[in-house]
Design a binder for this molecule. Sequence first.
Ligand code: ADP
Length: 490
Amino acid sequence: MAAKFILAFDQGTTSSRTIVFDHAGAIVAVAQREFRQIYPQPGWVEHDAAEIWFSQLETAREAMRKAGLTPADVAAIGITNQRETTVVWDRTTGDPIHNAIVWQCRRTTETCEAIKADGLEETFHQKTGLVVDAYFSGTKIKWILDHVDGARERAARGELCYGTIDSWLLYKLTGNHATDYSNASRTMLFNIHSLQWDPELLTALDIPAEGLPGVHPTSHVFGETTLLGGSIPVASVVGDQQGALFGQAAFEAGASKNTYGTGCFLLMNTGTEPVASSKGLLTTIGWGLEGQVTYALEGGVFVGGAVIQWLRDELQLIANAAESEAIAGTIPDAGGVYIVPAFVGLGAPYWDMRARGVITGLTRGAGRAHLVRAALESIAYQSADVLRTMVQETGRSIPVLRVDGGACANNFLLQHQADVLGIPVERGQTLETTALGAAFLAGLATGFWTSTSAIADTWKLDRCFEPRWSEDQRQQALSGWADAVNRSRS
Ligand code: ADP
């Protein structure tokens, strides 16, 4: 009997999960384990890489048990992972030489300042598509090599492996040291044009090339694992946001998705050519598939769903996030009230780290419902700012926006998003798009799915939000928002 299922390993920032998908892309079983967040000092964040590995393996076993699967039932494993988080381990023993340094960790800020002071920022930007920031893996690898006794010498002798979480899991599963284009493009060491580790960047960060993983297409048989009771191919590796773009079947240039979580992550497929941004968007590799690389533009909203947590925890205006939808619906509009939740500055296209939050347009009649509504609207306006920048920089229009993430349960938010963008917003039936993307990519590498069009057919609409505003209404709302943003700027 041919194998009927794909296992997606979804290794996230706070938990490891395994999801079993069937051929229709439907979820058959889920298992999840949380693991420790380690905060050695303010601004520093670490994970225990061994704990990540064991939690992932346990969820795989549990998900197979729940679904009643034997290894013969599993066509392939796909991996999607928290991006940029960095592990360095001993090539022979497989033991990490330091805790994993998490993407959020700011400990390498000074290294990044030094790179800028040396005038190398533009070189990094041009080659990697990224801005120089502690977020990305390169300076994290350097930090571990600089701070663990003997690490630099061992690295030069080829005794260490370094990589992102996907590489760590792959190594544990298969014994191979590898990664894919989507993850490599987040290291600040990978040339996204030549598709190779860049010697000049490695020299700038003093990182010996010996420990780097081999880079492969995203949909590719990376090896086999026997740890689940029989031999199963590991057939995809994809960074979480790129996985979500793939899981949304965003296969054509211009196809875009927004993930509404604590922050928002917007990605637009830009086709086979990378588009450089001058407004602080990141150019990244979406995936490598069938001998070709697909590029994407990426932009973030720092405070997305977090503004709803702020309403709940700080202002105590709502009891829970879901309640915000009904409250916003009790009034016909926000009455001219805008909230700009620039709590930690503003991202693209403003990049103003000193901007701070403001509430504008308050009148005596403004009350709880106006504030709740304005907070939800702010998520849509900020996302619209990023999408508009993508349209400007690519010269492509976005026909429709596909959405996922916890806050996309909110119908009011999605309707407002459609209204301010003037395009339809589509919510699919599967909200686990990240894991689904990894499953699709693994299925394509193993013949479980035969083409992207076969995959696109499995994408099922839950609800489409059509734009309702006239162009005048849209411009008026956007100019009120622009005015509020101006007042928040430093
Ligand atoms: P993350 O992956 O970043 O932890 P999730 O995708 O789980 O985030 O989404 C959680 C975020 O979504 C929280 O910030 C929460 O305030 C927000 N949220 C959840 N449900 C709703 C809702 N119904 N309306 C508005 N915001 C919501």
